[in-house]
Design a protein around this ligand. Sequence first.
Ligand code: G3I
Length: 324
Amino acid sequence: SGQLNDLAVKAGLKYFGTALGEGVINSDSQYAAILNDKSMFGQLVPENGMKWDATEPSRGQFSYSSGDITANTAKKNGQGLRCHALVWYSQLPSWVSSGSWTRESLTSVIATHMNNVMGHYKGQCYAWDVINEAINDDGQSWRDSVFLRTFGTDYFPLSFNLAKKADPDTKLYYNDYNLEYNQAKTDRAVELVKIVQNAGAPIDGVGFQAHLIVGSTPGRSQLATTLKRFTALGVEVAYTELDIRHSSLPPSSSALVTQGNDFANVVGSCIDTPNCVGVTVWGFTDKHSWIPNTFPGEGDAMLYDSSYNKKPAWTSVSSVLAAA
Ligand code: G3I
């Protein structure tokens, strides 16, 4: 059909996927039509619905209404599902982040959370992001959180061990951003994988979020070199939250071409890396994006413009996949 998931599968990837915006899917029919097309997106991930604040807002009170939007959409369409995210400092309800815990009591909280949430989605998740964003932006140290304060780095293997018990069949991922630049933060992620492995705990994958910037995205071979640092450790890799934003708006026509080249380099690096399993974009239209809220004045990071026209980036991705 020439759509991106079909091309990705022909190129040897397992999927080309997208995040699903829970607040958008039922209110924007053009959005829904593209998202529901399996030849375009072979896998979905909930943008917010499976996070701790959505699934266990108060202790022992579980809610799956938001997460089920994505799980049920994927099921209905025959699409795969990535599941996101379990142990994360953000979107963590205050009963967890401000609780006073011992190792024992927080272990039980994490286990209960995983047993319920992973149990609810058992058999549906290709992968779970077990730990998300545990590294400080400068790459020099571990990110502060109730988990780090309670366990030190022991929470890395502990989380993966508990996740394995809760769902033995899903792939267990570490997921973070700015790993793409192959600098200190990347070194720290390699260290995290080794900490987990040296403790004898299971880790199957590393997710490169790839929230990137037009004109500052590394080249295809540099990106592949970085991915291979992780596959050399015996884990798979994936791009999990790809978007490439313009740092000033509106973009010029040449900036749109650069954006397309940057997208092609990211997708191409996955094609070039055995055990890079797929690419997920964090949204697909400039009409709906998390970016302007976080980076005011920046954006237009997606494959479709805000009127659902395919941008040069769409064509660049389709070309790089077709050429594989
Ligand atoms: O649902 C409430 C709504 O009821 C309320 O009226 C409104 C007012 O602020 O907020 C709504 O919640 C927002 C939620 O998105 C749903 O739209 C939160 O404020 C807002 O903080 C939240 O932002 C999400 C962000 O994670 C939070 O950290 C973004 O949608 C989501 O795209 C973003 O995703 C993260 C990944 O999970 C991890 N990697 C980085 C990525 C981008 O920040």
